[in-house]
Design a protein around this ligand. Structure first.
Ligand SMILES: Cc1cc2nc3c(=O)[nH]c(=O)nc-3n(C[C@H](O)[C@H](O)[C@H](O)COP(=O)(O)OP(=O)(O)OC[C@H]3O[C@@H](n4cnc5c(N)ncnc54)[C@H](O)[C@@H]3O)c2cc1C
Length: 386
């Protein structure tokens, strides 16, 4: 069956990238988005080479390079005393080793670029302010028919971690709270202490918590993301942050007082469960939200979008939609599982305490930067399912 028109539920990173990837196949899409307009959400985002490679394939290279910064390295440092434990080169090294760059930027810039390209394609139509299918008994097909008054060949659920589409495909597969919370804030360049390099991506490790800092060049700000214990229901984020980092270096903790726009995001996991049923398929966080220990949630959503388009290009004309979606899932699931496992290992390493922490520091310090980089070849390098 030839796919000509696709409904995409959710206009986040997964949904917009899917619309663009399908537009390249001349497939029309209707993006059904619950918000009334696209607003900037969150702060910074890291796009590792596996993600930037996909976005470049969609013709976004020039726009991205103009908007982002390519940090020269990732510095891994102790949260107790700020001492460097190890580093891994990025910048030109990333471009040479993985064939694509590692960029950091504000999410609003990424959204603007995706949206601009989608609109320019002339093949993407937006239905805003449509809280699609929430609390409904109708099937997704019936709900889409009511929302967009036109038949579609495929429905893509890209509606994030609390996906309404997933409730149809896998009603029992609810997001699981990890008991961790991400707190994001921004720091003006002017408030930056001398010990924090504004060009680099720095990860500070500490007991049961870690902190990531990187620049958002266009905004002249540093993005700070702190991950620690918390449910997200706590009323005051700053006291929680101070308590979680109470045993950290005083200079690092003083960053929290200078930070602005503090926001908290409870961290969820969506594991197992089917991704497809009756011409409806889940992608991005709706299918497989994962804690951000490997900074790969959006990267996997972007890979999903291209992989889905590739499967459609390969088989949909000659075989059924179900065969197309089966191929998509068979290609993507092993990779998603592997990335999730990598995130779990990172969590143990980042938050280690006692002898485990000492072991981690020795192992990392002994490894030359190029060897650390080699550990990422499977993830950042060219991959058949990405
Ligand atoms: C603190 C933090 C830091 C992160 N950092 C990184 C990083 O550096 N790199 C990285 O790769 N990933 C990172 N991630 C993960 C990344 O943010 C997510 O994986 C990514 O945003 C998922 O995109 P998505 O489009 O699947 O979902 P979402 O971004 O949640 O988008 C879903 C969209 O669907 C809409 N929607 C929801 N319900 C409905 C409905 N019923 N009807 C219609 N529309 C609906 C929403 O309004 C939204 O527009 C981070 C996550 C966190 C919490």
């Amino acid at each position: 069956m030839t796919i000509r028109h696709v409904a995409i539920v959710g206009g986040g990173i997964a949904g917009l990238t899917t619309a663009l990837a399908l537009a390249r196949l001349d497939i029309r899409t209707t993006v059904i988005e619950k918000t009334s307009r696209f607003e900037a959400v969150g702060a910074g985002i890291q796009l590792s080479p596996n993600a930037s490679r996909c976005l470049f394939k969609l013709g976004l290279q020039q726009a991205l390079v103009a908007a982002w910064h390519e940090p020269p390295r990732i510095r891994l440092s102790s949260g107790r005393n700020r001492r460097q434990i190890a580093e891994m080169p990025l910048g030109d090294f990333a471009r040479r080793r993985w064939g694509a760059p590692y960029g950091v930027l504000h999410r609003a810039d990424l959204q603007r670029i995706l949206l601009g390209a989608a609109e320019a394609s002339g093949l993407v139509h937006f239905v805003m302010n449509s809280r699609w299918h929430e609390g409904e008994e109708r099937s997704p097909r019936e709900a889409v028919a009511a929302a967009i008054d036109e038949s579609v060949d495929l429905i893509v659920g890209a509606d994030g971690v609390h996906s309404a589409t997933r409730r149809f495909i896998a009603p029992a597969n609810n997001p699981r709270s990890t008991g961790r919370i991400a707190m994001r804030m921004t720091l003006k360049d002017a408030a930056l202490p001398r010990w924090l390099d504004p060009e680099e991506l720095t990860v500070f490790f500490g007991p049961s918590a870690h902190l990531v800092a990187y620049p958002m060049k266009r905004q002249g700000e540093i993005n700070l993301v702190a991950i620690c214990a918390g449910s997200g229901r706590e009323p005051a984020a700053l006291p929680l942050l101070r308590a979680a980092f109470s045993r950290w270096d005083g200079e690092i903790r003083s960053l929290f007082s200078s930070g602005t726009d503090l926001g908290a995001w409870p961290i969820y996991d969506v594991t197992d469960g089917p991704w497809r049923n009756d011409g409806v398929v889940l992608i991005g966080d709706a299918a497989h939200a994962m804690p951000p220990y490997a900074a790969q949630g959006a990267a996997m959503a972007i890979e999903d979008a291209l992989a889905l388009a590739e499967c459609i290009a390969e088989v949909s004309a000659t075989r059924s939609i179900e065969a197309t979606l089966r191929l998509y899932e068979a290609r993507r699931r092993p990779r998603i599982d592997k990335v999730r496992r990598r995130g779990a290992v990172n969590r143990l390493a980042y938050h280690a305490r006692g002898p485990l922490r000492l072991g981690r520091d020795v192992v990392l310090a002994l490894r030359p930067p190029e060897h650390l980089a080699a550990d990422f070849d499977w993830l950042y390098g060219e991959h058949p399912s990405a």
